[in-house]
Design a protein around this ligand. Structure first.
Ligand SMILES: CC(C)(COP(=O)(O)OP(=O)(O)OC[C@H]1O[C@@H](n2cnc3c(N)ncnc32)[C@H](O)[C@@H]1OP(=O)(O)O)[C@@H](O)C(=O)NCCC(=O)NCCS
Length: 166
């Protein structure tokens, strides 16, 4: 399996339904435009039986990093850093839930961000989770920012270690 950049001429964006309207709409309406503007990059996992059908997608970009929301040890280690990689969105179509695709997409997105960080360094990956998915991210080693349960981070150093084990 591999992800490919979203291609609006090929991929059936209207047919995608992860159960969260804002995530469906982003894919349908915003993702391609944002890619053209170089604001975000969206990757999709196609169904091998019908490659226009989207199993899941994620969107990557950078975000502002507020160091004061991190534990002291990390604040000290990353003084003067103000950017982090961001998994802006990640979703699986309901028809494909609970078959390991969410996990696969998360690992794939972390691989891409780790690779990017080796060219243009940033020390953390951040994700803004929907309410029901916080535990999904924690399972893979993400931790919540101080007083912000829905906003989670994982250090590039821990991502590197985790991916080496897979
Ligand atoms: C969250 C989501 C991506 C999970 O996708 P999925 O393909 O069903 O998940 P997987 O089958 O890969 O699950 C991998 C593991 O995470 C667990 N998991 C899946 N969804 C979870 C959730 N919402 N909360 C806690 N754990 C979850 C699974 O039980 C599984 O654990 P196991 O390996 O111990 O059995 C999917 O439910 C989704 O797209 N939801 C709607 C959009 C959303 O909330 N996106 C994320 C926030 S932006």
């Amino acid at each position: 399996m591999r992800t490919v950049p979203l291609n609006k001429k090929k991929h059936n964006r209207k047919g995608f339904d992860c159960g969260i309207e804002s995530l469906n709409n982003y894919l349908r309406v915003m993702a391609s435009q944002q890619t053209l503007k170089d604001n975000t990059r969206t990757y999709v996992l196609e169904d091998a039986k019908n490659t226009s059908q989207i199993i899941g997608y994620y969107t990557l970009t950078m975000t502002f990093l507020d160091l004061t929301l991190l534990p002291r040890k990390l604040q000290k280690k990353h003084t003067n850093v103000h950017s982090a990689g961001l998994i802006a969105r990640l979703a699986v179509d309901k028809r494909y839930f609970k078959q390991g695709y969410g996990e696969w997409l998360l690992i794939d997105s972390l691989r891409k961000l780790l690779h990017a960080s080796e060219t243009v360094a940033f020390p953390l990956v951040v994700v803004d989770s929907k309410e029901g998915a916080i535990e999904f991210y924690k399972k893979f080693g993400f931790e919540s920012f101080l007083d912000m349960p829905n906003k989670l981070y994982m250090t590039i150093s821990n991502i590197r270690k985790s991916l080496q084990k897979i």
